[in-house]
Write a protein that binds this ligand. Sequence first.
Ligand code: 3H9
Length: 711
Amino acid sequence: MASPAPTDAAGGLPVTYERHGRIGVITVDHPPVNAVSQGVRGGLVAALDEGLADLAAEALLLVCAGRTFMAGADIREFGKAPAPPTLPEVVAWLDAAGKPVTAAIHGTALGGGLEIALACHFRVALPGARLGLPEVKLGLLPGAGGTQRLPRLVGPEKALDMILSGDPVGAEEALAIGLVDAVEDADTPLEAGLRAAERLLDRRRLAGRDVLVPVSARSGRITGTDPALFARRRAELAAKTPHLFSPHRIVDAVEAAVTLPFADGTARERALFLECMASPQRAGLIHAFFAEREVAKVPGLPTEAPLRTIGRTAVVGAGTMGTGIAMCFANAGLPVLLQDSSTDALARATATIRRNYETTARKGRLTMEQVEGRMALIRPTPSLDDVAGADLVVEAAFESMDVKRAVFRSLDAICKPGAILATNTSTLDIDAIAQATTRPDDVLGLHFFSPAQVMRLLEVVRGAGTSDTVLATAMALARKIGKVGVAVGNCHGFVGNRILHQRGCEAMALVGEGASPQQVDRVLTEFGFPLGHFAMTDLAGLDVGWRIRQERRKAGDPEAEAPDWLDVLAERGRHGQKTGAGVYRYEAGSRVPLPDPEVDSVIAEDRRRRGITPRIVADEDVRERCLYVMVNEAAKILDEGVAARPVDIDAIWLHGYGFPSWRGGLLFWAGQEGLRRIAAAVERHARRTGSPRWQPSPRLLRWAEAGSIPG
Ligand code: 3H9
C-alpha cells in the first residue's frame, strides 16, 4: 500500500520499524497518548510494509512508547477533510498481513487504538491495561471495524455493553471475555510482546501450520444470539437516552455483525459512522471533551507557577457539604480532618460517609478493604486547633458572612504559614472573607457542588489577593481529586449560580404569568437537562435559597426580589426532597416529583396578590426565555472578566448543572442555535420588560454581528 511520508507535526517519526531476532517490531511513539493521527496512520502502513518485506522477520509485533497504547483516532482531525490512509484502510491492511501480528497493550487501548489491536492476530495485555471503545462518549460509533470484530470475539451482548457504555474493561476481564489472548506481566510492553510473539512462532512450528486466523474470518461467538437482544436494547435506549443519536446506530451496527457477512457488516458500520460524524451531537460532545481539558490551562497563570504540596487537608463544618468534601479528599487518598464543634454533627457525618461507602461497596465499586482504608483517612475532631498543621483547610460552615469571617479569623490565628485557606461559599464575597485574615494571598474559594463527592465541577474562585501559587495549587488539586476545576472571578454567585439565578428569575416570571412549574421543568428536560429547574430547587433545598434571599434583603440589596411563593413554601417547612415536599411532593422513599394541589393554590394566591390573570404560556416561550437569559448573563460575565473564556462557562454548566453534554455547553449551543436569533430575542424581551436581566450584553451583540463566538 502506498503511504505518505510518515512524519508527525513536529517532523519526527511517529512510527518506526526495527527487528529483534526473528520478530519485526513496529513502535508507535506519538505523545502524549499515541492518538492515531494521519502521520501515525501513514507510519503504520509504511512500517507494516517494511516488516512484511523483511525476510528475517517471521512475525510482527505492534507496541507503543510512552504512557499508553493508542488512545484512538486523533479527535482533532474530526470535522476536517479525511486524509489518507484512513483508519479503516490501515486496519484492513493489518488484517490482511501475511505474517502473524501481535499487539502488546499497556495503558489504555481505546477507540481506533483498540480497533487496530483487534485487527492483529494476537493480543497480549500488561496487567494494568484497560481496553474500550469509548466512541459513544463523542457521539460516534467505532468506525474501523470495532462493531464487527468485537462481537466476534466477546459475543454481541457483551460487545453492546462495552460499546454502548464506552467504559473500558481491565486486562483480567479482557482475558476472561476473550478480548485479549494473554495477560503478561513484564516491565515493558516490548518485553511482554516479544515473549508472546516468540511463543506463537514456537506453536506454529509445533503445529506445522499457521495457528491464527484474523478475527474478521471467524464467526466466533456470533452464532446463537438471542433473537430478542436487539429489540430489547432499542427499547432500553428509547427509555433511558431518548435524546442521543449514536447509541441507536451502535445497536444497528452490532446487529449487522450478526446478520451480515463481515464485509457487508463493515460497509454498514461505515455508513452509520458517517451519519454520526455528520451529527451536531458529535460536534457538541467533542467540544465538551476538549472543554474539560482546556479549562485546566488558566489564561495568564504562568505554567511554571510553583505549586505547594498538599499532603494533609482539613474541612471545617460537618454538614452536608463538609461531609461530601471530606469524602472527595479521602477518595483521592488524602488524609482529612473533619472539624465541627458539634460532636453530634460529627457522629452524623461519619455515619453518612460510612453508609455512602458501604452502598458503593454493595454495588461492587469498592472492596470493604477500600472502604476501611478511606474511613481511616477521615479523622473527625471537635477542636479547631487540630487543623493547625493542615496544608489546605476548606471552610464549609453556615452560609453567613459573619460566621465565615469569624472562622477565617480563627484559622488565620491557628494555621501554619503557607497553609491554603479556602471557603466553600456559594455566594459570599471572597475578598470580604479574605480580609478577615492577615494573609489574603493564601485565601480563595473552592466552590464544590452538591453532592460534593459526586459532582465533578469545582469553581476555583480567585480573590483580589489570591497568589498565582495558591491558584495553581488549587487547580492541580482539582485534577488530583478528579474534579473539573474552573478558575473564576469573585462576584455574587460566581459563574454557575449567577447564570442559574437568572434562569430561576425567568422560570418564576413564567410561572407568575401562567405556566406551571411542571411545564417549565418538562420543557427543560425535553431540552436535555436531567432535572427541570424546580425539581432541581427541590433537590438543593428551598431553605437554602430562602436563606440567601433573606440575607440579601437584610443587607438592603436593591436587586433582592420581593418575597414570592417559593418563600411561602419554604416558610411552611416545604424544604424540598429532604422534607418530602417542596415545589413538588414526594412519596416516602421516592425521588419522583409529583404535582401538589397545595402548591398550585399557593401560586394562584401569589398571582392574585400581584393582580395577574394567568395566561396560557407556549412551550417555545419557556424554552426561549429560560435559555436565552442564560446566554445573555454568560456574555455579561465574560464582559466583566469573571470568566476568562466561553469554554469556561461551557465546562461549568456541563459539569455542575447537567447541561446536556451532546449540546456541547451553554455557549457552544448558543452558537448552534443562532446568535442573531438569540440577540434579537434578548432585545425584544428588554423592550417588553425593561428588566436589567434582559439588558443585552454588548458582547452578545458583537457575537451576533460577527455570527460566531471567538475563542
Ligand atoms: C475513534 O477512535 C474513532 C474510531 O473508532 C474510528 C475512526 C474512523 N485525539 O485526557 P488527557 C489529548 S474516536 C487527540 O488529559 P489522561 C488531550 O486533549 C477516539 N488528542 O490525559 C490532551 O491534550 P492537551 C476514541 C487526544 O492521561 C492530552 O491528549 N478515543 C486524544 O487523563 C492528554 O489527555 C477516545 O475517546 C485523541 N484521541 O487520559 C479517547 N485523546 O494536553 C479519548 C487525548 O493538549 N482520550 N488527547 O490538553 C481519553 O479518554 C484520555 O485522553 C486518555 C488519557 C484516557 C487516553
